[in-house]
Ligand binder design. Structure first.
Ligand code: TMP
Ligand code: ASP
Length: 235
């Protein structure tokens, strides 16, 4: 039974209660779905990349919703009550940060910046400060925001070091968290080039959804390159 369909995934009730099957779609959207496309095999690539990264985070003690891979484009996950925030962590200025604040694209930030955006397509996912998050009831307390901020920074440290070993610079990324059935805050959603910006360490070549957003070339081969590097299949 389909319980939710988003822009990148479909969620089905799994046989066992308390679990869902996340099916990764081939659809590509950008700019709040103003730009649309499809890339056969993209869902599978994102699912396999997410698998590796969720497993990596779990070995570092980060709780995630990931349980196991079921098919190359489907993973079994814990069912969660999602927090309606996009937690964005940035190491280098680009994208909406450069646009909003006029910071030169590619400028390293003096510290990892954590931002909260309200997950609401009708409003265009606006940037929120802590008080906005509380007034909107996106979270119940400041303490939850601190947990999300700290978790975002910890994940950033783990992923940045990991990608650097693959000659990839983690520029920025978006996380989504939820509460599991025990009421614990757990990392959900996906970890793929759809929501991580990755630049080649030597050439600066973009290997993420910006290839689609900015029409820079073949999206699938960029995502294949990322999977190849994290699987150690390079050179
Ligand atoms: P931004 O610079 O467009 O705000 O994007 C920041 C990061 O968040 C980048 O890694 C892409 C990711 N992202 C999403 O995953 N979903 C979104 O809807 C948006 C706007 C950005
Ligand atoms: N994910 C958003 C969309 O589908 C925005 C983006 O990633 O650029 O439109």
């Amino acid at each position: 039974m389909l319980i939710y369909e988003g822009k990148g995934k479909k969620l089905y009730q799994a046989e066992q209660s308390g679990y869902v099957l996340a099916e990764f779609k081939d659809d590509l959207t950008a700019f709040n779905a103003l730009k649309k496309g499809e890339e056969r095999g993209k869902g599978e690539l994102n699912c396999l990349i997410s698998q590796v990264l969720f497993e990596l985070l779990q070995t570092h003690g980060i709780e995630t919703h990931y349980i196991k891979l079921v098919e190359n484009h489907i993973m079994l996950c814990k069912k969660m009550k999602m927090i309606p925030l996009e937690v964005v962590v940035r190491n280098i200025a680009t994208g909406s940060l450069s646009k909003r604040l006029g910071i030169d694209e590619g400028r390293p930030l003096p510290f990892a910046l954590v931002e909260f955006y309200y997950k609401d397509d009708k409003l265009g996912d606006p940037l929120l400060n802590d008080e906005h998050c509380l007034i909107l009831g996106a979270v119940k307390s400041q303490e939850v925001l601190e947990t999300l901020r700290e978790s975002g920074k910890k994940i950033n440290t783990i992923l940045s070091e990991y990608f650097l070993e693959k000659d990839l610079v983690l520029v920025d990324f978006k996380l989504e968290f939820g509460f599991d059935e025990q009421g614990e805050i757990v990392l959900g959603d996906e970890l793929s080039p759809d929501n991580l910006r990755l630049w080649d360490k030597h050439t600066g070549k973009k290997l993420d959804k910006d290839v689609f957003r900015q029409d820079l070339g073949d999206v699938k081969s960029a995502y294949e390159e990322v999977l190849g590097r994290i699987k150690g299949e390079r050179k």
